[in-house]
Design a protein around this ligand. Structure first.
Ligand code: MTE
Length: 323
């Protein structure tokens, strides 16, 4: 995410992975006597943490692919999608995958509150047992103008909404990330409005495309990608796709999300992908595929207009497509 308030917050989108750093880190771990499995993470031959070794949901994957959802271009290699991340709780750069291994993903429960028939708290493994898991290939487009294509595993958000039993007062679904400064050192940066918060209208949350992600590449979701539960709404910019969710609040009023709270003029509530509405500081007309480094034209609603354009009818073009 690129923001302008403080110089130190600004990062280059080109802050790319340097494999030698991993090899180096691997050598350091080895010299410390820490082998292939360390700090609760599984490591690939390159020393990259791939997924949490302690994840008790590992036996659930891989799940059957839903062929209704195809990426339309080459899948991004796992190595790239799991080492080029935004997760400000663990740092404001792209290489947070190592720091994110500090995230403790069990025990993990999610709270469901607000305008619901009955408020509750449910353990993540109990929730996984209740939902129908499937794999969907989605395009993923960040507001910073890079993109990838990834196979998410998880369940339809509308199935979760049905389970939560919202009342007719619920107009928005607000989601929040955990808050724990001792684990997530990025949260010590007090100028950010923690916890990370995002929201959808109920119509968006119950759209077929809205997906709760619990796995990636046929395995449990890596910590750096938002384990154990994150959102995928592929017609919106990536910052809407909140990671490591602990609370679902059904609200009568529209929430202010994390980035909107920081800079509303740059990161609006709707955040629908739109090549015609530039970010105030850069164009959104094209995007860089992080696997090939090639620039490709950005599609309206990230190419998912058939499924979602109707949700924004009657709104002004600028409002519905960006703000
Ligand atoms: N969720 C939390 N809690 N914290 C974050 O910093 N970054 C967002 C989103 N979800 C973020 C977050 C942004 S800007 C993007 S582009 C995506 O996560 C990146 O997801 P990925 O790392 O799995 O590609």
């Amino acid at each position: 995410m690129l923001i302008k308030l403080k110089k130190a917050w600004e990062l280059s989108e080109n802050h790319v992975l340097d494999e030698s750093k991993y090899l180096n880190r691997r050598a350091i771990l080895k010299s410390m006597g820490i082998g292939g499995l360390a700090a609760g993470a599984a490591f690939s031959p390159f020393g990259r943490p791939v997924f949490a070794a302690e994840d008790p949901s590992a036996h659930l994957y891989p799940v059957a692919r839903n062929h209704a959802y195809v990426g339309g271009r080459e899948l991004t290699p796992e190595k790239i999608a799991t080492t080029y991340n935004n997760f400000y709780e663990f740092g404001s750069h792209k290489e947070i995958h190592t720091a994110a291994q500090a995230l403790k993903i069990r025990p993990w429960s999610v709270k469901i509150d607000g305008a619901v028939e009955k408020e509750m708290e449910i353990d993540i493994d109990d929730l996984l047992a209740k939902m129908s898991l499937e794999e969907r290939i989605y395009r993923h487009r960040c507001v910073e103008a890079w993109s990838m294509v990834v196979p998410w595993s998880g369940f339809a958000l509308k199935e979760f909404v049905k389970f939560a039993k919202p009342t007719s007062k619920a107009k928005y679904l607000v989601m929040q990330t955990f808050e724990d400064k001792s684990m997530a050192t990025g949260q010590r940066q007090f100028w950010y409005p923690w916890p990370y918060t995002e929201g959808l209208t109920m119509a968006e949350a119950t759209n077929d495309l809205a997906f709760m992600v619990t796995g990636l590449y046929g395995k449990p979701l890596p910590k750096q990608n938002g384990a154990p539960l994150r959102l995928a709404v592929p017609w919106k910019y990536g910052f809407k796709q909140i990671k490591s969710i602990v609370r679902f609040h059904f609200s009568e009023t529209r929430p202010k999300s994390f980035w909107e709270e920081l800079i509303a003029s740059e990161y609006g509530f709707w955040a629908n992908v739109n090549p015609e509405v530039p970010h105030p500081r850069w164009s959104q007309a094209t995007e860089r595929d992080i696997a090939t480094n090639k620039r490709i034209p950005t599609q309206i609603f990230n190419g998912y207009g058939d499924a979602v354009a109707h949700l924004y009818e009657g709104m002004s073009k600028r409002e519905r497509l960006f703000m």
